[in-house]
Design a binder for this molecule. Structure first.
Ligand code: E4P
Length: 226
């Protein structure tokens, strides 16, 4: 399972990279706009934090294939390293996926809401498809079920495309999606902390500390084995 950070907040990204097993960062125009800073500097900042090996997914704002490809080429040479252009699933987007792939540019097809959109993107050559879980749940659809069927479909049809599930609000959504066999998820820095939080864990650690202290005081394990 690959965990990616869905954010352009440099502090949040720094914290996640320090503590969690991170495979990369995803952004979209909304996420970039919420950082409200110089676009190029922001992308350089993210790349500097994550290094060249981790994936950086940046979304195009163009709607026509030729322009999408131009943006993809320019972004790839700007940010370098392990780069993916995020392209929304439209007719022009499908055309752009094929051209980008022929030029050796990694592609994530985004704004996926149905199984057939995912299959079409995969047939066009996308490396990842990004289905939007919480947005599906919000319209009384079932995001987890859609991901489940995409995963199954890719297996049945022998497709190489990976599922990069996106748009999460809860730990339960992440858990259920990971149970589908989805290859990767992209989540906010806050949700990373929530994924490992449990009050009983904190309770257990407090009890270990006070039991230890009652016998060894302030001395640590490292003090006792010198
Ligand atoms: C990531 O690729 C998506 O753009 C993102 O997860 C959408 O999330 P949202 O529904 O919280 O905006």
């Amino acid at each position: 399972m690959l965990f990616l950070i869905d954010s352009a907040d440099l502090e949040g990204i720094k914290k996640c990279v320090e503590f969690f097993p991170i495979a990369g960062v995803t952004t979209n125009p909304t996420i970039i706009s919420s950082a409200n800073s110089d676009f190029k500097k922001l992308l350089y900042g993210i790349r500097e934090i994550i290094g060249d090996d981790k994936m950086l997914h940046v979304q195009t704002t163009a709607s026509e294939a030729e322009e999408i490809v131009r943006e993809a080429e320019a972004l790839k040479s700007l940010v370098g390293g392990n780069f993916y252009i995020k392209i929304p699933i439209t007719e022009e987007g499908l055309k752009a996926i094929r051209i980008c792939k022929s030029k050796g540019i990694g592609v994530t097809t985004t704004a996926i809401f149905t199984q057939q959109q995912a299959l079409m993107a995969s047939c066009a050559g996308a490396d990842f498809v990004a289905p939007y879980i919480n947005r599906l749940d919000n319209i009384v659809s079932d995001g987890v079920h859609v991901v489940e069927e995409i995963v199954e479909l890719f297996k049945m049809q022998n497709m190489n495309t990976k599922v990069l599930a996106a748009s999460f609000k809860t730990v339960e959504q992440v858990h259920k999606v990971s149970m589908t066999g989805a290859h990767s998820v992209t989540i906010s820095p806050d949700l990373f902390s929530m994924l490992i939080y449990h009050p009983l864990t904190m309770y257990a650690i407090d009890a270990f500390d006070s039991d230890w202290e009652s016998v060894y005081g302030n001395r640590k394990v490292s003090d006792l084995i010198k």
